[in-house]
Design a protein around this ligand. Structure first.
Ligand SMILES: [Zn+2]
Length: 308
């Protein structure tokens, strides 16, 4: 414990802050997963097993203002979506399916997406008959969405311009892990929804097989972008605490060509590279380019604001 307190000193001169587990409120009862120096240190709460970055840089919002984050510039950056554009083909089917599932569940209505990037999901949601609005902190990504005719505000979840109690659906895809304070953010999401409204979010599951297999090398451990790595139990606990009900956690399944999947595996999981090279050489093209369901450890969480 004394060692632990010692280690909670900021590792560099960048303004850093130590964070208590938002589920248990305990700052000290953690084990260190990995120390990434001035990017932050990944810890896991010994009580609830939430993964989080602590100490961490005081602010990370600047990350999303860099056009390189969404792969829009020539700048090489290991942050963000390496090639958001390159992914759009495989992502289009996924976004359409998520929007279709939502429409089946809630019918039509007003949908707000927080962290909407360049608006790819908003477009799919509009095609599924939702009336859409997006909010995105990265102005260059938000501008791309606006250029495509989508109503997107440059801003964050706390932006006072977002209407309260007005949304039938609020969506956050791979976004909550970036937010600096989950509990106040979830409370804010509850107030944005109309009574009975539905929250849908996806986020990496730290208890997924790929996370367990990867250990401290899990590709979702990327401080300081991903500040919190949830498990089904920790995210459900925080959502319930702020007042959500009917909380459901399911697997967030994508459908990708195997060629795309093993290419990603080679990029993000270094130990898998020899296997990837072998697979690319030996597997027939027809199989590599087929579309198969892939579960890589993201969970889909839905919850409802109570009717009253
Ligand atoms: Zn905890």
């Amino acid at each position: 414990m004394i060692d632990e307190q010692h280690q909670l000193q900021p590792p560099s001169r960048v303004p850093f802050e130590a964070i208590a587990c938002p589920v248990c409120g305990d700052a000290m009862n953690v084990r260190v997963v990995r120390d990434d120096g001035d990017r932050g240190r990944i810890v896991r709460c010994r009580r609830c097993d939430l993964g989080y970055v602590s100490p961490r840089p005081v602010s990370t919002i600047g990350l999303y203002e860099d056009p390189a984050y969404f792969g829009q510039s020539e700048t090489t950056s290991d942050a963000g979506y390496l090639a958001y554009g390159e992914d759009s083909g495989v992502m289009r089917e996924y976004f359409a399916r998520v929007a279709h599932d939502l429409a089946e569940r809630v019918g039509q209505g007003r949908l707000l997406e927080v962290g909407c990037a360049n608006g790819s999901f908003l477009r799919a949601a509009r095609e599924a008959s939702f009336e859409v609005q997006g909010v995105e902190p990265g102005d260059s990504a938000a501008q791309l969405a606006r250029d495509a005719g989508l109503p997107v505000l440059t801003g964050i979840l706390d932006d006072p311009a977002i209407e309260i109690g007005a949304w039938d659906v609020v969506v956050l895809l791979q976004t909550v892990e970036h937010l600096p304070s989950p509990e106040p953010s979830f409370a804010r999401l509850l107030t944005l929804l109309r009574p009975g409204g539905t929250l849908l979010l996806t986020t990496p599951n730290q208890h997924s097989w790929l996370a367990r297999l990867s250990g401290k090398h899990w590709f979702e451990y990327k401080p300081p972008e991903h500040l919190f790595l949830f498990t089904p139990r920790t995210i459900a606990a925080l959502l319930a605490r702020v007042g959500f009900e009917d909380i459901e956690v399911t697997r967030d399944v994508h459908r990708y060509p195997p060629r795309w999947v093993i290419g990603r595996l080679g990029r993000y999981v270094p130990v898998a590279r020899p296997l990837v090279a072998l697979a690319e050489r030996l597997l027939p093209n027809a199989l590599l380019d087929a579309t198969l369901p892939v579960y890589y450890g993201s969970m889909r969480v839905t919850a409802r604001r109570p009717q009253r």
